[in-house]
Design a protein around this ligand. Sequence first.
Ligand code: MN
Ligand code: MN
Length: 305
Amino acid sequence: MGKTLIFGHKSPDTDTIVSSICMENLKNKLGREIEAVRLGEISKETKYVLNYFGVEAPRKIEEVEDSQDVILVDHNEFAQSVKNIENANVKMVIDHHKISDFQTSEPLYYRAEPVGCTATIVYSLYKENGVELDKKIAGLMLSAIISDTLLFKSPTCTPKDIEVANALAEIAEIDIEKYGLDMLKAGTDLSDLTESELIYLDAKEVSLGNVKAVIAQINSIDLEKMVERKEKLEEQMNMVIEEKGLGIFVLAITDILNSNSKMIVLGKESELFEKAFGVKLEDNMAFLEGVVSRKKQIIPPMMKI
Ligand code: MN
Ligand code: MN
């Protein structure tokens, strides 16, 4: 059967990649054969992180074979997972998202905590297993927490994330503010990406009742510059709506330093968005003050409608 594979979600972010690598490290130290892999391209931010700590990216896979043993991190919904996940053997899940659309035929180890980052849970697993963290691993996990919590500014950030981040920063000997800003900046340099790449950077497919939706997010430090590309972004979004038969496509352009988002909303179910947020779309666009988290602030109100 070969090694157990461990991976995070499609369109991998820093938490997904880092949590896979660190869980591989932990399991290997405990004497288990396990390999971290990824389901998509590495983002600029993650590249910066891996470079900084001199760590290689996991190998990319397209699908898993029937009965392949797998461990999921940073996701549980099959829609966000690898191709053929339905026929894989899910041994373990380590995640900080809501649980939905999830079913296995065998018992499994499931660790979910309502914290801001999977790496925060992985840190606890190192502690619980009495395995020491080296500088590299600590730096990687710290990066994941900074990324998922937007330097502790996201409403998903919990006191536990901050406490763990501080402990990790000490081991890694890193100045959180300075390193964090450099890292987020490296991740938001989007000038050389095409519009079609931008909308897929961090896109999640979700089902809102019987409405098929994609909710994508672009983190930026220059909102206006991104809004200048609105027309071309909309062209690409409309193509995806066609292709996938979506009812609604929401693109959040999030200003990570000021914690606001400009939303571009397309599709015949756009009204769903207006109802969820009590706003009127103007020219397919709305400004949401204080909204930065897709998981906590964007998806739940839309689910309710
Ligand atoms: Mn993630
Ligand atoms: Mn995460």
